[in-house]
Design a protein. Structure first.
Length: 72
């Protein structure tokens, strides 16, 4: 789901990714499942989370997110 969207370029480095609540609604999954998905993506370095702001796509190693990425 999210990993595929990142790989396809739908979510670019610095872009905000859906919250656990958004994942629950969009895919009809349980909160624990959504939590596990986000945790796995964080642990592998695909996303990072900023408390109070949300989760964002990590830049590939050696790259910085572009200035036009939507990281609100």
């Amino acid at each position: 789901m999210i990993r595929e969207r990142i790989a396809s370029g739908a979510y670019r480095p610095g872009s905000r990714v859906p919250s656990e609540n958004d994942l629950m609604q969009e895919f009809g999954i349980a909160r624990m499942t959504a939590h596990k998905v986000m945790k796995a993506l964080r642990e592998e370095g695909t996303i990072y989370t900023v408390r109070g702001l949300g989760s964002f796509v990590s830049a590939p190693e050696g790259e910085k997110p572009s200035a036009d990425s939507d990281s609100e």
